[in-house]
Design a binder for this molecule. Structure first.
Ligand SMILES: Cc1cc2nc3c(=O)[nH]c(=O)nc-3n(C[C@H](O)[C@H](O)[C@H](O)COP(=O)(O)OP(=O)(O)OC[C@H]3O[C@@H](n4cnc5c(N)ncnc54)[C@H](O)[C@@H]3O)c2cc1C
Length: 486
């Protein structure tokens, strides 16, 4: 290692220099996947992380939220045994105990994302904030890294808008709510998107009073018909959801916080801000690296910076869909391009699924009905199948739900599922769309009975039924066959 002093114009003078094939900034879902893939294929890799290994998903996002939802689901199930012949009981909820569960889940998964594991694979890990000092160099702490390719994988952070009063009020974001040990008596959640709704249901099930305040429509990015089923269930469980209520001011202190909106003012004991995300590019000095950006890094279809061709971006930093599996998918595209030289590798978006883990879950892949109508016009057919006609759903008392599949010229172009395990069920449609399969691929698949996945097959069946049954042409053919069949 060369230890000559380098003038980078930074406050901390650089004393070390490293050379690598690939330098990755950010050790979250995207950065770790690029690092693991690249190093195991033989590239030399430097990975820079300024905060916690594992990034948002492990520490403040998917993992803790799903762990808390699991505790809440259990509490709810104990009190709602339905007509199954099992007496419901009032669950004794230990909120701090649920948070212990959250911490244990993070701890269990953390080794997979750890510095030790990545160093074991041969990655050089630097625990500091990284920033460009030139087009070809990034500095982290006292080290300057010169690399053939850079990957920006810096993720995103909670966006807290400058609402009057917000600076003087104690509030939580996804970065602090999972550390809260005392159950909020009344949790106010500003933001009715997936994070807000998941946290709302989890908290109401764990015994808090919950009010969600949304400036527009709650779950506004989802198909409104399907979102309505989720919102209806949440309201039924006691979540107060106030829509079209743009927050104009907040005030108060711990235990008594008031949120002002045109729909009235709401007072609760705790406040969670869940209005959106901002991409982490502020620390990167992108201009110095000649990396074009707006609110995210500007990339082409191959996830490559439009201005500095040594630089790529993955995951939330690339400015598109913000999901862990998208970051992982991006990593695959980048590894192909950067490590294997397949510079023509492109990232698609049409086959990306996502799910909101409320109960019922809401999952989507490809186009929604409204988007498909716009794109395919008269060629579009929408087929549906309700959960209450699926035998397994009936047996388990989980009949609230629906699948809608958008079909154009015999192929699915989108699917929306609301209901139990929708996040699992969407996988078949994600595979069909990713591989350009026809509806017949799903209709021809034999599935075990009785399973919820038969909902998918029945939706495909709903597409073929009008073509096969009560069809004069089919009837004529059958008539002939029956007449002449020996
Ligand atoms: C509450 C919540 C729930 C979520 N649930 C889901 C879910 O169920 N399913 C799903 O798919 N997605 C979910 N997401 C989204 C998911 O967490 C993100 O899309 C995913 O983590 C993005 O991965 P990433 O690699 O782009 O960034 P991250 O995982 O955030 O990693 C970025 C890393 O870069 C580091 N970093 C930033 N700047 C620098 C710098 N200058 N130098 C060095 N290091 C830097 C950060 O410290 C961080 O560790 C959820 C998000 C939230 C907030």
């Amino acid at each position: 290692m060369d230890t000559t002093k380098i003038d980078t114009g930074s406050a901390a003078p650089a004393t070390k220099r490293l050379k690598a094939d690939i330098c990755i900034i950010g050790a979250g879902s995207g950065g770790l996947s690029v690092a693991a893939g690249a190093v195991q294929m033989g590239a030399s890799v430097v990975l820079i992380e300024g905060h916690k290994m594992g990034g948002d998903c492990l520490n403040y996002g998917c993992v803790p939220s799903k762990a808390l939802i699991a505790a809440a689901k259990q509490a709810y199930a104990m009190g709602h045994t339905g007509d199954l012949g099992v007496a419901p009981v009032e669950p004794h909820v230990d909120y701090a105990g649920a948070k212990d569960h959250v911490a244990r889940v993070i701890e269990t998964i953390a080794p997979v994302d750890s510095q030790e594991r990545f160093e074991g694979l041969g990655v050089q890990v630097i625990r500091d904030w990284g920033r460009f000092v030139s087009e070809t160099e990034v500095q982290a702490g006292d080290t300057v890294i010169e690399a053939r390719r850079f990957v920006i994988a810096t993720g995103s952070s909670p966006l807290v808008p400058p609402i009057p009063g917000i600076a003087d009020v104690p509030y939580h974001t996804n970065e602090t709510i999972f550390d809260l040990r005392e159950r909020p008596d009344h949790l106010l959640i500003v933001g009715g998107g997936p994070i807000g709704m998941e946290m709302a249901q989890a908290h109401v099930r764990l015994g808090s009073k919950v009010t969600v305040i949304e400036g527009a429509r709650a779950m506004g990015k989802d198909d409104p018909e399907m979102a309505a089923i989720v919102l209806d269930k949440l309201r039924g469980e006691g979540v107060e959801i106030v829509e079209e209520a743009q927050v104009s001011a907040v005030s108060g202190t711990e235990g008594a916080i008031t949120v002002e909106t045109p729909k009235g003012s709401f007072t609760g004991t705790h406040l969670l801000m869940a209005v959106g995300r901002k991409v982490n590019i502020d620390r990167l000095d992108l201009d110095r690296g000649k990396v074009a950006h707006d609110r995210a890094v500007k990339v082409d279809a191959g996830l490559r910076s439009t201005t500095n061709r040594r630089v790529y971006a993955v995951g939330d930093a690339a400015g598109g869909m913000q999901f862990t599996h998208v970051a992982g998918y991006h990593a695959g595209v980048i590894v192909r391009s950067v490590v294997l030289g397949m510079t023509w590798a492109k990232a698609r978006t049409d086959h990306i699924p996502w799910a909101t883990y409320t109960d019922p879950e809401l999952a989507q892949v490809g186009l929604t009905e409204a988007q498909a109508k716009k794109e395919h016009g008269l060629h579009l057919e929408v087929v549906r199948f309700p959960y209450d006609e699926n035998d397994r759903a009936i047996a388990e008392g989980k009949t609230r739900g629906l699948i809608k599949v958008m079909v154009a010229k015999g192929r699915p172009v989108g699917a929306t599922i609301v209901g139990a395990h929708a996040g699992e069920l969407i996988g078949m449609w994600a595979m069909a769309i990713a591989n350009g399969q026809k509806m017949s691929a799903l209709a021809n698949t034999v599935l075990p009975y009785p399973t919820l996945s038969e909902i998918n097959k029945r939706a495909a069946g709903a597409y073929f039924s009008p073509r096969l049954f009560d069809n004069p042409k089919v009837k004529a053919i059958v008539g002939l066959v029956q007449k002449y069949l020996p």
